[in-house]
Design a protein around this ligand. Structure first.
Ligand SMILES: Nc1ncnc2c1ncn2[C@@H]1O[C@H](COP(=O)(O)OP(=O)(O)O)[C@@H](O)[C@H]1O
Ligand SMILES: [Mg+2]
Length: 229
């Protein structure tokens, strides 16, 4: 029995370590933007031009808000809290998931049935899940503009959300293990995006699977969530 307890503790530590790594990874980007904006702000102030400093201060404030939400959302996940998901418009969560994605990196093809489809979700965490899929699709597509299709519908009492791209698809040798933490098929990857996506889906009482290849040969991921009911 002692071993079972130890296994349980080991598992929790692994989860916490994985989420802490993801938090550090995201905060590093935020801190970089804050440092460079603070530098420009100081320069403008020293030149006696507070008006020119203003947008950079706004950028610092925005990044600080992002840092808070990264910590709040991911700590909730690390503590294994019940999420208290609420019915939210899928379309709104999709937009939040794309907020940081620059124009021109993707062509968005949205097919929600109905258009005001709601999912029972923690909006911040569910947006993070979709963001992980969108980011991977864009990275897999390389330099060209990737078409990303998001489908949403109700199926046999579940809400099904599918994200499909027109990239090269997931390489066969890593496809069976891509949801494992630290498995990455690209240089500079952390291998945490899909591990986190799976954890978020599970925390919603749902699941995520790779349905590969999609109809067009790209990657297709399928998320199932309990119905809004
Ligand atoms: N849409 C996709 N198309 C092709 N390969 C993908 C796609 N999504 C994920 N992958 C593969 O799965 C790997 C793991 O993804 P992820 O867990 O997000 O980690 P990372 O993006 O840091 O590598 C990626 O490195 C890539 O090889
Ligand atoms: Mg990724």
């Amino acid at each position: 029995m002692g071993d079972e307890v130890n296994d349980g503790i080991r598992e929790r530590l692994a989860v916490v370590g994985e989420i802490a790594t993801e938090i550090m990874h995201e905060l590093r980007n935020v801190l970089q933007v804050i440092s460079s904006s603070a530098y420009v702000t100081r320069q403008e102030l020293e030149r006696g031009d507070p008006e020119a400093a203003r947008p950079h201060v706004a950028k610092i404030e925005r990044q600080a808000r992002i840092a808070h939400s990264v910590v709040d959302d991911l700590m909730a996940l690390a503590r294994g809290e019940t999420l208290h998901p609420e019915p939210v418009l899928l379309a709104d969560v999709m937009l939040a998931a794309r907020a940081d994605i620059g124009p021109g990196s993707a062509r968005w093809d949205d097919r929600l049935d109905p258009r005001d489809l709601r999912v029972r979700a923690h909006p911040g965490l569910f947006a993070r899940l979709l963001h992980a899929l969108y980011e991977n699709a864009i990275q897999a597509g390389g330099a060209r503009e990737t078409t990303i299709t998001t489908r949403g519908r109700v199926e046999a009492g579940h809400v099904v959300v599918e994200v499909e791209d027109d990239g090269p698809g997931v390489r066969a040798e890593i496809a069976p293990v891509i949801f494992r933490p630290l498995v990455s098929g690209r240089p500079g990857g952390t291998g945490l995006g899909l591990a986190l996506a799976r954890r978020i889906a599970a925390a919603h009482g749902g699941s995520i699977t790779l349905v590969s290849p999609g109809a067009g040969g790209g990657a297709r991921f399928r998320i199932e969530l309990p119905a809004t009911g």
